[in-house]
Design a protein around this ligand. Structure first.
Ligand SMILES: C[C@@](CO)(OP(=O)(O)O)[C@H](O)COP(=O)(O)OP(=O)(O)OC[C@H]1O[C@@H](n2ccc(N)nc2=O)[C@H](O)[C@@H]1O
Ligand SMILES: Nc1ncnc2c1ncn2[C@@H]1O[C@H](COP(=O)(O)OP(=O)(O)O)[C@@H](O)[C@H]1O
Length: 372
């Protein structure tokens, strides 16, 4: 048996996510909220590099690292992506959880290239945590396959790190339920209201439908604190009393709306304006009330461009389906140049609009849905 791992270095993509559909259905006795969400990974995100360090006398001795040591360096592409490399960083927390669960003690150096803005509702931190778990698991497996965790065990560990983390273990369009930890990839999901016919969406149909759909993503300079947004919903629901249904969406309704997505996918609908109309997020009212810049831009997008701008998760990032790709080419084929030019012109106008309303430091990007 090799005493030193064969694998000493690897790099992982940590994709961002968008919630195409997000219904918070109520608060549970443990304080967390139940939800139903259709989330998709993007072709863009952070990058996490792992390097196994040589064990030695420790820093004091100047040579090598100590057993069980985890180092982290964060390189942010913009100030909005800056995150401390402290023990609170989800990469550090994931490493600590993995070491505790497996006994893996090789010292590791993480280099996190942050591109996803923090507090955006794009799941950057959760995705980094899962990338760290996956990377460490690969290193552990290279050293001794019996030390590696199964997918199920990785999922359980991930769930302890954040409500969104299980989604990233699957890494494909999926419906999240419970507090987010119950994840079913879309092509294998059957909703509570699905009939035998409508539930049988083939993997290839779901995959062809969502993969490569292009979204315009934007985020103002400020972020939103997820715990605050949930807390605000709780307060509003408490104040509404019996009318708390004005804050939360009943689970049956959420499932029915989610089912509309599944039908659209099953039928291979390609009208991106219709897709925009299917997007939903009932966290918007609390977040929009505090941050009016968000609904102001949503109104502008609707009135000037006929596009639905929807918030992702607890915000502050928002997205809109890009219509220029309505005639999306088959994967791998070149897009018709007319469609590309039309999209470029639209994106330019959308970007100008974002900067005019949110200022020059607002973030914009065109992304594609991945992982289908
Ligand atoms: C809103 C969503 C939608 O996908 O995404 P983001 O906006 O964060 O990306 C998620 O539910 C966020 O998941 P995540 O960001 O992992 O949340 P966590 O760190 O686990 O929780 C932060 C805090 O939010 C509250 N929380 C979170 C999830 C949930 N189902 N109910 C809650 O009440 C809790 O107060 C918790 O302490
Ligand atoms: N590696 C990380 N990347 C981003 N945020 C992190 C990370 N580690 C810890 N955090 C903390 O997690 C919180 C939310 O992170 P993030 O995933 O960016 O937002 P969201 O939950 O809105 O998608 C922030 O308070 C941030 O400081």
């Amino acid at each position: 048996m090799a005493l030193f791992p064969a694998m000493t270095r690897l790099t992982l993509h940590a994709p961002a996510k968008v919630n195409l559909f997000l219904a918070i259905t109520g608060q549970r006795s443990d304080g967390f909220h139940d939800l139903v969400s259709l989330a998709v990974p993007l072709d863009w995100g952070d990058e996490l590099e792992l390097r196994v360090l040589a064990e030695g006398a420790g820093r004091a001795g100047g040579a090598g690292a100590q057993s069980g040591e985890t180092r982290l360096r964060c390189e942010a592409s913009t100030p909005a992506c800056e995150v401390p490399a402290s023990a609170d960083n989800l990469v550090q927390r994931a490493a600590a959880a993995f070491r505790a669960a497996t006994g893996f003690s090789r010292p590791v150096d993480f280099i996190l290239k942050k591109r996803v803005p923090v507090g955006a509702g794009l799941g950057g931190g959760s995705s980094d945590a899962v990338a760290a778990l996956r990377g460490l698991n690969a290193l552990a497996a290279a050293e001794n396959p019996r030390c590696a965790l199964s997918e199920a065990a990785l999922g359980e560990l991930a769930a302890q790190l954040g409500a969104d983390c299980t989604f990233f273990v699957h890494g494909r369009p999926a419906i999240m339920r419970g507090s987010g930890e119950r994840v079913k990839p879309l092509n294998r999901s059957a909703s509570a209201t699905a009939t035998a016919d409508s539930g049988a969406v083939s993997a290839s149909a779901a995959s062809a439908f969502l993969r490569g759909q292009r979204l315009f993503l934007c985020k103002p300079a400020f972020g939103v604190n997820t715990a605050w947004a949930y807390g605000e919903m709780r307060e509003r629901a408490r104040a509404a009393g019996l009318a708390s249904g004005s804050v939360y969406l009943a689970e049956e309704e959420a499932e029915a709306l989610c089912e509309r997505w599944r039908r659209a996918i099953g039928e291979g609908a390609s009208d991106v304006r219709m897709l925009g109309a299917l997007t939903f997020n009932n966290m918007e009212p609390v977040v929009f009330a505090k941050y009016p810049a968000l609904p102001v831009l949503a109104t502008e997008f609707r009135e000037r461009f006929g596009l639905t701008l929807r918030m992702s998760g607890s915000g502050s990032a928002c997205f809109a389906f890009l219509p220029a790709y309505a005639d999306k080419p088959v994967a791998g084929a070149a897009a018709p140049s007319g469609a590309l030019a039309a999209e470029r012109a639209l994106v330019e106008k959308l970007t100008d609009c974002v900067h005019a309303l949110w200022g020059p430091t607002a973030f914009t990007r065109v992304v594609e849905i991945a992982g289908a």
